[in-house]
Design a protein around this ligand. Structure first.
Ligand code: GAL
Length: 674
């Protein structure tokens, strides 16, 4: 489904149940002043919506929704199931989640539920149905926001039962399970399904196949809970689009491709994880991932209202940065700029978390930024119309993404526990971003003929089908770049014998027979200015040639980076973790060799992030100026922000421009005075 609202959705989580009537009235006036058009209501309001079991009190909500609608403000209505009320947990203590160490959690916070518990599932269906019946036809309803950030893992008895059922459906027989899990080691052979447990704390290391299956099960189980609520909503007759907000991975409990298939529109919450310029690469990473998951326009459901929380500290975002980052998501396909939360709480656990209306109120400088943002979003609103083919990006580089890679590298006592999937993926994306090259993320097995380069970062478990698909892609003329720790095991994390990477030896034309891990901060020289970290391998060339050779260390004189002719294309293997600056150079070179150029010539060297968003009748070049000197934009187009013709347009450091150009056309950037 291509989600096309009539304008860019602007606003955020609104929790009116915290406030008195006068404050709500003021809120609606302030929303109008800032041109806010969307509020997300009810995310954590279960105890107010259903104060006693089966008693739904929704008049207060009806009143707020009607008032918002009368003020021209639409809403996403949330089902509040991320936060069951205290009466529920007292009545159904078995529906509280159990940690892997056996501790059963109590209420008092949020996200405290055992997703497999029948009582929790029934109560969730009940409140979803009650809300849908009452508000499913409300004229202000923009869509359903089911639950919030699914992600509570449960290791308790209900989870054990559901896990066993999932395993039976997957493996059919205990023999198949025992073989897949390699249970002969450490006397783990299962003689009955009832003996199988979630990976609860045990004396020493878990069985890795059991652990990854539990992650897959938990994702599926949460998706089943989502689907039940979705079905209730549809059964009530409400056809408004439905979504749940994924938490963009800093932790990862969902297999996003399967989840995205179940969404009418994919949405995420995204909180920057660093204060400095790397936050800008993080925006791009979140945007590219989410556009790719849903294959089209998506919704930024939450971002940080005024600041960045990193390392336990709260840093204020500048006004320019708030605007640049908001437009950064839209450049990459978001149809919204929504925040957590509208009005900063006076009390409660997140009272210091920012709000669009800060503690100081609507006359503050922070709120002036929000008004400024509202004006800009209004002036660029035409970008929400997608092109007829639905494709928002012209990216010609794909990065393979799958949660299996993430979960596999979480296995304790890998040869190097410092290596994480997310770091490898993000470092790769960052390198391409720094080269001004746009990227998509790709689902294993998806159509890939439009990509000139496909990158495979640390996808440790790999099916035969995925390996064959990569081979076909290369044979047809593509360039595949595979990192260490990809294709090493089958889907059950059993290492494929005969040399690494078992699944991809033929494609890469190499056989790697040994690893040697580097010490923290140790680097290894790969020649021509490149350096590796963390991981090295003894690579034998079969049909490949060496592009870089280890200059030192255990494997001095042996290949470190190789290239193999594969049909009409080629397959490159990087047997070490490139440090970031080496990675930047390496991928910039790959891009040049593949004939890729930056989206807007001159952008990277001027410190400008340039992103092309394809629209219905034109393309939109988003110029996000992260640099520190004014730039001049030359070319044919109109800047929707300033309404000036772009030829000779000056964009000051920190500011943004959104230039409408004819399809496929571009502009040039030069530094002011150059
Ligand atoms: C999100 C969550 C919000 C709020 C926010 C604060 O993950 O959905 O409810 O807690 O974080 O950062």
């Amino acid at each position: 489904m291509t989600y096309t609202p009539s304008t860019i959705l602007f606003g955020g989580d609104y929790n009116p149940d915290q406030w008195d009537a006068a404050t709500v009235s003021e809120d609606i006036e302030l929303m109008k002043r800032a041109q806010v058009n969307t509020a997300t209501i009810g995310v954590f309001s279960w105890s107010k919506m259903e104060p006693r079991e089966g008693v739904y009190e929704l008049d207060w909500l009806a009143d707020v929704l009607d008032r918002l609608h009368a003020g021209g403000i639409g809403f996403f209505l949330a089902t509040p199931t991320a936060s069951p009320p205290p009466w529920f947990t007292v009545a159904y203590p078995d529906a509280m989640p159990v940690r892997s160490d056996g501790t059963r959690l109590s209420h008092g916070s949020r996200d405290t539920y055992a997703v497999s518990a029948p009582a929790y599932r029934a109560a969730s269906r009940g409140i979803a149905r009650a809300l849908a019946e009452r508000f499913g036809g409300h004229p202000g309803l923009r869509g359903w926001h089911i639950h919030n950030e699914y992600g509570t893992l449960d290791y308790g008895p209900h989870a054990a039962l559901a896990f066993r059922a999932w395993l039976r459906a997957k493996y059919g027989t205990l023999e198949a399970l025992n073989a897949a899990w390699w249970t002969a080691f450490w006397s783990q052979g299962y003689g009955s399904w009832d003996e199988i447990l979630p990976p609860r704390d045990t004396q020493y290391l878990h069985n890795p196949a059991q652990a990854i299956d539990f992650r897959r099960f938990s994702s599926d189980e949460m998706l089943a809970a989502y689907t039940e609520q979705f079905d209730e909503i549809r059964a009530s007759g409400s056809m408004a689009p439905a979504t749940t907000n994924f938490m963009l991975p800093t932790w990862n409990h969902l297999e996003q491709w399967a989840w995205s298939d179940a969404q009418d529109v994919v949405s995420i919450d995204h909180y920057l994880d660093s204060r400095g310029p790397d936050g800008d690469t993080h925006v791009a990473y979140g945007g590219d991932l989410t556009r790719s998951w849903g294959g089209g326009p998506w919704l930024l459901m939450e971002q940080n209202a005024t600041g960045i929380s990193a390392d336990g500290r709260w840093y204020t975002k500048s006004s320019d940065r708030t605007i640049r980052n908001s437009l950064g998501y839209i450049a990459r396909g978001s149809q919204s700029s929504l925040f957590f939360q509208w009005r900063q709480s006076a009390g409660g656990s997140e009272q210091w978390h920012g709000g669009l209306v800060p503690h100081a109120g609507g006359s503050s400088r922070a709120f002036a930024t929000i008004e400024r943002l509202g004006g800009i979003l209004n002036s660029i609103r035409e970008v929400v119309e997608p092109p007829a083919d639905g494709r928002l990006s012209d990216a010609e580089v794909g990065i393979l993404w799958h949660a299996d890679g993430w979960w596999a590298l979480e296995t304790p006592q890998m040869p190097n526990d410092a290596l994480t999937y997310s770091d490898e993926v993000r470092s790769t994306h960052r390198a391409l971003w720094r080269a001004g090259i746009e990227t998509d993320f790709v689902r294993p097995g998806a159509p890939v003929d439009r990509y000139r380069v496909l990158v495979v970062p640390c996808l440790y478990p790999m099916s035969e089908a995925t390996a064959a698909w990569l081979s076909d892609y290369a044979s047809a003329g593509g360039t595949v770049v595979v990192s260490y720790l990809s294709g090493v095991s089958d889907e059950s994390l059993q290492i494929i014998g005969g040399g690494f990477p078992g699944r991809l030896r033929d494609l890469l034309g190499i056989m790697s027979e040994q690893i040697d891990v580097l010490a923290p901060h140790e680097t290894v020289d790969l020649g021509e200015g490149l350096a590796g970290t963390e991981w090295t391998e003894r690579v034998n060339l079969l049909t490949a040639e060496a592009l870089h050779v280890y200059q030192e260390g255990s494997f001095a004189g042996l290949p470190a980076i190789t290239s193999n002719v594969a049909g009409a294309g080629r397959a490159i293997y990087v047997s070490t973790k490139l440090d970031q600056s080496s990675r930047d150079r390496f991928f910039a070179d790959i891009a040049v060799q593949a004939g890729l150029t930056e989206t807007v010539p001159g952008a990277v060297s001027a410190g400008v992030e340039a992103v092309r968003r394809r629209g219905r009748d034109a393309d939109y070049l988003f110029l996000l100026h992260h640099g520190d000197a004014p730039i001049i934009v030359d070319g044919e187009g109109v800047d929707l922000v300033s309404r000036e013709v772009s030829s000779g347009l000056t964009v000051e450091a920190g500011e943004t421009a959104v230039i409408r150009v004819d399809r496929g056309h571009t502009v040039r950037i030069r530094l002011d005075g150059a």
